[in-house]
Design a protein around this ligand. Structure first.
Ligand SMILES: Cc1cc2nc3c(=O)[nH]c(=O)nc-3n(C[C@H](O)[C@H](O)[C@H](O)COP(=O)(O)OP(=O)(O)OC[C@H]3O[C@@H](n4cnc5c(N)ncnc54)[C@H](O)[C@@H]3O)c2cc1C
Length: 561
């Protein structure tokens, strides 16, 4: 696939004497309707790609196992800082026409150096200045071990072999570079877009034009396109997952945006999985060396254990890098690939939004490091190991793990979006039921139906009494009690008012009863005393045989009202 296939119609334009490719205005993609189940067009039991012997399901499984460790790793002091030249002139055209002035586009650089661990202090970092180079002999004598400079104040710069670099690693440090805390500048929606970002993407895809007629060209070209598209999709996933809702002012996932950018395009989703396979294979390949990695004492020893936990879950079969430059392994094609990818990393300097540029640089450095490990490290050749692994810098290692974390987060988000999508799609009826029938609406409806039924009952009662009324002059001699002749003309008395009156009436009756009881009390007491005195007198005069009570049973009248 090329630029044109992605609706990015390129046109040639001259920037400061160089001819470059910039896009014409790109209309936003028109998403298909949500009810066409695009997620389902990916068979998760299928392998991702002919070069990857791993299925979507298997990658999901691996990712589930390592996700927690990866998150904790990129939040450690060592992996969360990154040094880079953030404000370089774009090397491909002279003027930057657009600027992203949103707060979300800004990067907070580290200024409070005292708060940093020793290995991030300026004097330690200063040991990596470009102008301090050493000769080959010195380099060998130094007998440097892999990533020795992680903690030490290494004043010597190792020789950089330009022919194996997929990015300019000198670009990461030296004068003008800044240190950033990646965790303090999350990759999320920034509002960067329009003509400016389209121009960048178009230039990036434009790099995918390899010279014709090379052996294995199609696989290399395909891999290049997938890498770029996977990066593009991963960025689109992050900005949809951490998106600002301008109505509520809250950050959160936006399913519609995700579907429009990524979810509706199975190839974009699969390219993210492809990138995951590529980066994880690179990590798998350097596992034996990372095992011997020595961190300084001040550094948390559990970090190495975390790295090993992650790497132990990875599998070599996820990606077969040997297929990409198959056959006679055309070095020209590989060189072409490397130079073009290096261009992609340099295009990052042209990104107008600082935050996007920062993450663009971190991730393209991560991919470049992966490609170097995959294509330049020949495990059967000790020299090649020395050449590649021993010369990796801490910046490349940090970029590599952070890029893996970005992809891992994207895979996690895709799965979450799929759940949201299915809930919306299949649970649509339930959702719409609840939407239409929330508690207050149900309550309102219930009260309406009660009053309606009460009204219908009173109406039917009225109808019955109406029907009992003689409709004509039948029984004209019969005198019926006067009915309220206004009844049918006046509006009906509300049943609630009637109920209220009944209640008031009952309460009044209760009060009347209590009042009457108080009035009757003296008389009742008098009757009681008289009967007791009478009984005592009879007993005194000897009239015991006569039971007055039997003859005159006391009868109490109970007011059972
Ligand atoms: C390096 C870089 C980093 C960025 N980082 C951020 C960021 O952190 N936060 C943020 O909010 N924005 C970021 N952006 C901007 C973001 O990528 C989009 O460009 C922007 O949101 C505008 O999107 P869009 O829908 O107009 O299309 P774009 O994403 O600009 O895409 C342009 C065209 O490319 C094609 N396309 C889109 N995705 C793919 C794909 N995966 N594979 C193949 N073709 C595709 C489509 O035809 C699309 O119309 C970044 C841009 C760049 C260049």
């Amino acid at each position: 696939q090329n630029v044109t296939e992605n609706n990015l119609e390129p046109r040639s334009i001259s920037f400061g004497g160089n001819t470059s490719v910039v896009p014409s205005a790109v209309p936003p993609p028109v998403p298909p309707p949500l009810n066409s189940t695009y997620f389902c067009t990916i068979d998760k039991g299928e392998v991702i790609n002919p070069t990857c012997d791993v299925t979507f399901d298997e990658i999901n499984e691996i990712n589930g196992k390592i996700r927690k460790d990866l998150v904790s790793l990129v939040h450690t002091d060592f992996f969360k800082y990154f040094r880079l030249h953030l404000y370089k002139q774009c090397p491909f055209w002279n003027q930057n026409n657009g600027f992203c002035v949103n707060r979300a586009c800004a990067v907070d650089v580290v200024e409070d150096w005292d708060s940093l661990p020793e290995y991030w202090q300026p004097e330690v970092l200063g040991g990596l200045q470009e102008n301090e180079t050493i000769s080959d002999e010195e380099s060998v004598k130094e007998d440097c071990k892999f990533l020795d400079d992680l903690c030490a104040n290494n004043k010597k710069q190792r020789m950089i072999e330009p022919d194996i670099e997929y990015c300019d690693i000198n670009d990461l440090h030296g004068e003008g570079s800044v240190l950033v805390d990646l965790t303090a500048n999350p990759e999320r929606f920034t509002g960067y877009g329009g003509q400016e970002s389209s121009q960048i993407w178009s230039s990036i895809y434009g790099e995918n034009c390899f010279s014709q007629g090379e052996t294995g060209q199609s696989l290399a070209k395909d891999a290049f396109y997938r890498l770029v598209s996977g990066l593009h999709a991963s960025i689109g996933t992050h900005l949809s997952n951490d998106h600002l809702n301008t109505e509520t002012g809250k950050w959160g996932p936006d399913l519609d945006l995700f579907m429009a950018r990524v979810g509706n395009f199975p190839d974009r989703v699969s390219n993210m999985y492809f990138n995951y396979a590529v980066v994880s294979k690179a990590l798998w390949k350097i596992k034996p060396y990372l095992d011997h990695l020595k961190f300084c004492d001040s550094y948390d020893p559990s970090v190495k254990a975390t790295i090993m936990n992650i790497l132990s879950q990875l599998d070599s079969k996820v990606f077969n890098e040997n297929l990409i430059f198959e056959g006679e392994l055309s070095s020209k094609l590989k060189d072409d690939f490397r130079i073009r990818f290096k261009n992609v990393t340099q295009i990052m300097d042209c990104v107008h939004c600082d935050r996007c540029r920062m993450w663009g640089k971190v991730q393209t450095t991560g991919y470049a490091t992966s490609l170097k490990i995959l294509f330049e490290l020949d495990e059967s050749n000790e020299n090649s190991k020395q050449h590649v692994v021993d010369k990796l810098t801490k910046y490349e290692l940090i970029a590599l793990f952070n890029t893996f974390d970005r992809l891992s987060k994207s895979i996690e988000s895709v799965n979450n979006f799929e759940k949201m999508y299915n809930v919306r799609l299949e649970g649509g009826k339930i959702a719409s039921f609840f939407k239409q029938n929330n508690f207050f609406k149900l309550l309102g409806r219930a009260s309406r139906s009660i009053s309606e039924s009460v009204q219908s009952i009173s109406k039917s009662i009225d109808q019955v009494s109406e029907s009992q009324k003689p409709s004509g002059p039948v029984f004209a001699d019969l005198k019926l009690p006067e009915t309220n002749s206004k009844g049918s003309d006046e509006p009906k008395t509300n049943v609630w008012v009637k109920a209220w009156h009944t209640e008031i009436h009952n309460v009044c009756e209760a009060f009347k009863f209590i009042f009457r009881s108080y009035l009757d009390l003296p008389r009742n007491l008098y009757t009681l005393v008289l009967s007791v005195v009478n009984s005592m007198w009879n007993s005194f005069v000897g009239a015991r045989y006569w039971n007055w009570e039997e003859e005159n049973p006391v009868v109490y009248n109970l007011n059972t009202w």
